[in-house]
Design a protein around this ligand. Sequence first.
Ligand code: RUQ
Ligand code: CUA
Length: 670
Amino acid sequence: MKSSLLRLCSLAVFLGAAALGCKPKNTSDAISGDAASKVYVAPGKYDEFYNFVSGGFNGQMSVYGLPSGRLLKIVPIFSVFPENGYGYSEETKPMLNTSHGFVPWDDQHHLELSQTEGKIDGRWIFANANNTPRIARVDLTTFKTAEILELPNSAGNHSSPFITENTEYVVAGTRFAVPMDDQNGDVPINTLRKNFKSSISFISVNKDSGTMSLAFQLRLPPIDFDLSHSGKGPSHDWFFFSTYNTEQANTLLEVNASQRDKDFILAVNWKKLEAYVKSGKGRTESAKYAHNIYNEQTHSATSTIENKVLAIDAQDLKDICYYIPCPKSPHGCDVDPTGEYIVGSGKLAALIPVFSFTKIQKAIAAKDFIGTYEGIPVIKYESALYGEVQKPGLGPLHTEFDGRGNAITTMFVSSEIVKWNIKDLKVIDRKPTYYSPGHLSIPGGDTRSPNGKYVIVYNKITKDRYLPTGPELAQAAQLFDITGDKMKLLLDFPTVGEPHYAQAVEASLIKDKSVKFFKLEDNKHPYATLGEKNAKVVRNGKRVDIYITEIRSHFTPDNIEGIKMGDQVYWHMTNLEQDWDVPHGFAIKSAANTAELLVMPGETQTLYWTPEKPGIYPFYCTDFCSALHQEMQGYVRVSPENSNTPLSFSTGTNLPDSANTPQYLKENLN
Ligand code: RUQ
Ligand code: CUA
């Protein structure tokens, strides 16, 4: 206990001193003279890259253009989004359904673009939710969340979503060890070592449709997975995971999970594992998890609860899993473009170990193990090690590659990025960042073919960088030119949410495939109204379906009477426009928790409404769609439950009662 406390104290002193001591002094010095022209994208011109940035605690993904740093879009994934009604409309609510019910907010850390032969193919981007473990697939033709798959037997889904080179699998490692879902979880917390397990989920991805399915889960000893990356080229069949808490502590991990000098990188031969599963080696366990799919034809999501998972134990398979000791609580686990070098970044280490895939294979063949950890062989550190980067900086977290034989690593504690050569492990350059960088991203920087033009760094702390905005400050991204030996800071801009991992890709791979509007003739929504003449209001007992259309600049119908108290009203809003960039909105007064919609051209979205008292309720369009946008409005009348107001609806025919015409209008004064 005493030694634990001592360690904690010395660690705190070390981290504190480093954070103070290394804060760069003169921040303006760091900017090179021609920086502005390098990031200037003239009005009307496109950026060269899309930058997809995780939102952290906002649960969304944001999309920026690079090099300008212009925010292009926020794509809602795991949290409701009032900007476009995601999670509010009847069609999108099922996307946020889980085995625990509707979850409106999650924590999104990592993004991974789909790949073909180790190169980004621009089709989909995968995202993880940590808190209620899920993996999502975003379609890059619509920039919409197309699918969300919940993961059973997992908690704090951090080590995900990392993919194999042909997007065969999306892989997700659990952060927390937990009792398995089909076991009694009512056990003392300090029986972790006996009653808890860790799992890695393998999610298969359909080559054509992208549809995901939980193929199998690998069960492992109860240690925490942090990050991962798949092998490439020669190491294609392998997956690598960083772990921490090999101490198997269940309390005060800050101290108790920093006891051992080394934790592990776990190497998994997923190809062999897949073969074992195909030969029937798994067992079926009961589990409960949601699988949500958005259908672009019906413009609607469905949520299905699955109830089985195939599980397979690492300890039973002697040639699948190997632990490699890695110093000081490794965080990032990054594989270079050749697939030969695996970089483990120990958060508390004063060096960066680089492992060699060839040496790992030799060590496995020669059984060069120092022992086993709960039945899994542990390779001797020196036998797996290619070499160590000495004195790289303090607090290495993440590494990306420039495709020219160099790696760039973020140093959280010493607030810098450090460029080093993979072959000779020599530091080439270091540049301060403002402050405490987490992830970094080079376009294609974790694939076989990076585009080494820029690195963009995501900082955790901004302090004095921008105008103060109260206690909550934006995080910052910083863009560096990395084409020369020396890295040059070009731009720094605030971001939304808290970025963790990000990906970037040449815009040319995505921009021309972008959907401009949904074709009305393809709209298979069961409540679509494909022309104004089809607009109607249909009563079925207490349920009222309003088939309503929007086109510049009116609703059909825009006068509705005969709605009664106790009715369950569904406003099915179809946007009839067939042109790019003409959404219409919908807002109705006092519509409880779903007050608004935003509907894209050709799309149908539904707002559920239960009137709260008899009266007149105005509704209007919320998106400035034309010069007469402000005129895009209407009324609905709600009568008592027992009234006999007939159901009626119209646009343009329910003219004002002439008995009440004001004199001014009668005289037609202008
Ligand atoms: S993490 S700042 Cu959630 Cu990827 Cu390293
Ligand atoms: Cu439609 Cu404004």
